[in-house]
Design a binder for this molecule. Sequence first.
Ligand code: PLP
Length: 450
Amino acid sequence: TPHQNLSTDDVLAADDHLIQSFADLNALKQDNARTVIVSAKGPMVRDSTGRDLIDGIGGLWCVNVGHGRREIIDAISNQLETLDFYSTFYNFTHPAAAALASKIASLAPGTLNKVYFANSGSVANDTSIRILHHYNNRLGRPNKKKILSRIGAYHGSTYLAMTMTTPQYSENWDTVPDLVHHLRSPHFWREGDGMTEAEFLDRLVDDLKQTIETTGAENIAAFIAEPIMGAGGVIVAPAGYHARMAAVCRENDIKYISDEVVTAFGRLGHFFASKDVFGVQPDIINTAKGLTSGYQPLSATIISDEIHDVISGPGGTFLHGMTYSGHPAGAAAGLANIALMEKEGIPERVRTTGKQFENGLRALGDLDIVGDVRGSHFMIGIEFVRDKATKAPFDAADQIGLKVSQAAQERGLIARPLGNILILSPTLVMTPDMIDQVADILRDSIIDVQ
Ligand code: PLP
């Protein structure tokens, strides 16, 4: 195909027409610091200069089984040969979407047995809110619509998903007014204010209770939370947080939505993390990314039988649908990806290799500018500080995360800067040697910069 033969300069010229996501478009224009990725295999990607780099961000927290897996590529191609496209609108369905919905229902916890497919985590989150609003309309509770989210959350970039995302992500952009309330961030290391972790947890639960009291449970549809906050800086809430928040929600008839766009499909050592890692039975799980390991765009909104019973009772049509919901190629990719994960025992393996990764990176905590290493298994954030004792941050102008990531890339590792934080969310298929190599590269890169 002709585009595969373009030179780097040709790609960059063509790229002037492409708008890149979450990029400073002005800076990109000025310094042209784009990396052109041309191919990928296993845990590695290759750039247009021919350099092989360890993919320390797994594409974008998504290429869980690694790049170039023949089983998934063949499944997609076979599916396209047989049935390239048919929709799941009206009374139509097809084998791939049906089989994947059934497979997901068998893996999801409790009575989460009904699946709505879309093509991104953002739309999965959006869909879950539309469904719950409709659910409350059907139950004759038209005011029960507000959503509780959290400072630090990332739920996506549709208007609604961005409204649920932490406000820092929409500076100088707009969000839907009067719909979402952001509860306190569960970031103990930064926000602990001299409290014990148990006191801090009480404060978070009180914040929820007070918000419910002020707003009225009759006006609140749902609480949405990532098991571990990802794009907000890899923030792990205090132990027991999710169970306590879910209990308060249940007492107040507020649905608990778990945004498992990142945490599902092996990243934390289980197919789903909310129940198996955090002991919470959500009313809805939204997932995407690792569902196909990124080989096709696909998301799933997985709802409880109870919610489904209400929306499928008499009283109107399910007025929601995207042309590509349950696209055959996406569904085939999901089925092949899950089959591969089961055959190779990837979630189980991550319980060992992910711990090795986590421990290796935690050991960087001895370096002068490393204030905090947090996260779990293959989802890690490293926060840099100017002063370890006071946790004084670097100035944004220091671009410390960017500098460390550039040093790492020169040494053969892609890592993602987020202000003063460096994020690692690699494929789940690195060998133990490569896992050690990532920690070594990061140590050398941080020493370079500090
Ligand atoms: N939710 C979480 C927790 C995410 O990390 C992301 C994306 O990074 C999303 C939702 C949005 O997913 P997408 O980018 O596929 O729309």
